[in-house]
Structures are given as C-alpha cells and as structure tokens.
Ligand binder design. Structure first.
Ligand code: C5P
Length: 224
C-alpha cells in the first residue's frame, strides 16, 4: 500500500505523514530531505553540476532504511536522522539557505531524475507513506491514496516560524519564493493530482487529519 501526501511548504505534510505512518505501521519517506541533501551539497560545491551531485550522493533516511532493510516499519519517529555520505545532516538541512538551495536544485531535471529513481526503488517494497511535491503526479502515479494538503499562507508561515524559532514575516517571504519556484518549474511541479483528496489544514488539529487519512487509507487498501 502506498499513500502519497503532497503540498506546499508548511501545509503540515511532515507532521501528518509521520503520524500516519506510525499509526498504520508503514514506512515513511521524506522526499524533501533528499532534495535538501542535494541543496546542501550544491552550497558546498557551487561549481559542480547539481545532477552529478545528486547521482553521487549517498543519502540514508533512517525511517526508510529501518523499513526496507530491517523490516521495522513505522519506527521513524524517535531518531529520524538523515545521513549524507555517512555524516548526520539532520539539522544542517533545515537551515533557511538550504531550503532555498533545495528548491533551486529541485528544478534541475537531472536532479529530479536521480532522486525520483531512488524514491521509486525505496517504495517498491512494503507499505509507505511518502510525502513531497510530486509523489502522486510523478513518483507513484498509481498510489493507493493521494492526498494534497494545503493551508493559508499566514498559517503555513506561522507554523514553520514556530518550528524554526524564527520570524514569521521572513519565513512567509521565503515560503512564497520557494512555492512559486516549485509550482512554476517544468519538471515535477508542485500540483495536486486530478484524483487527489485535497484537504485544507488551516486551523485544523493535525490529529483529526491523521484520523481522517487513516480511515481513507483503510478504505483504499480494502478496495485495492
Ligand atoms: O518538503 P521540504 O520543504 O523539505 O522540501 C524542500 C524542497 O525540496 C521543496 O521546496 C521542493 O523544491 C523540493 N522538493 C521537490 N519534490 C519533492 C520534495 C521536495 O521538488 N518531492
């Protein structure tokens, strides 16, 4: 079973996707972490073509590794670490400049080709909740359940600012720039799949959304 959760920055994807994976005992794929790793590499080596960096990078996501290699789905909550070429970059990839770099390299078709291929390999076996921008439209168009989460701009900025401990106005400007770039790119743009369930999370408790999605997932796996 594969559940795809797409949407703009700060729409609540990570919170909801993680909690849903835990509840259903599915593996969890944070595809954004992969683009962030390539963004970080491109900041360190600005002269290297991002596609090359993406192909060479050894990206390990604790949740997906635990699920695929050791058969312990759902164990992603506590130590959700991201390793890049063997180094822990979990915190480094959350910096504002890395968010920006991630969305810049994410427009490169070579980068997308490399990362989409890895994402498909990962989710080929087992049960997954995968989140990103193009999971339902490009990575797994035949996902059992497709969800597109949205939220008002101000709320999205407030949430992210709270997480990062930074200023909401600055976060709002950064998110606008990133969403615009993510929507406008030619390859794998941020968009809802035609058959996605669209949910506006503005002012809604994440637990309610998780419950609703768990019900939908049950229905989808029963009929599929
Ligand atoms: O989800 P997150 O904010 O961590 O993603 C960082 C950036 O990675 C996004 O702004 C987007 O440009 C890119 N991304 C993408 N496709 C995905 C996931 C993330 O292009 N499936």
């Amino acid at each position: 079973v594969l559940i795809a959760i797409d949407g703009p920055a700060g729409a609540g994807k990570s919170t909801v996707a993680r909690a849903l994976a835990r509840e259903l005992r599915f593996c969890y794929l944070d595809s954004g972490a992969m683009y962030r790793c390539v963004g970080l590499l491109s900041l360190r080596a600005p002269m290297r073509p991002p596609g090359e960096l993406a192909r060479e990078a050894n990206i390990e996501l604790a949740g997906s590794r635990a699920g695929s290699a050791r058969g312990r789905p759902g164990e992603t909550s506590a130590g959700d670490r991201v390793l890049l070429d063997g180094r822990d970059v979990t915190d480094a990839i959350r910096a504002g400049e890395v968010s920006d770099a991630a969305s810049r390299v994410a427009a490169d078709p070579e980068v997308r080709r490399a990362l989409v291929a890895r994402q498909r390999e990962l989710v080929a076996r087992g049960d997954w909740v995968a989140e990103g921008r193009d999971i339902a439209t490009v990575v797994v168009p035949d996902a059992d359940l497709k969800v597109f989460l949205t939220a008002g701009c101000d709320e999205r900025a407030r949430r992210r600012a709270r997480e990062l401990g930074s200023d909401a106005a600055a976060v709002l400007a950064e998110q606008r720039r990133r969403d615009q770039r993510d929507r406008a790119r030619a390859h794998g743009p941020l968009a809802a799949a035609p058959d996605a369930v669209v949910i506006d999370t503005t002012g809604v408790d994440a637990r309610l959304i998780v419950r609703r999605l768990a019900e939908l997932a049950l229905g989808a796996s029963a009929s599929g």
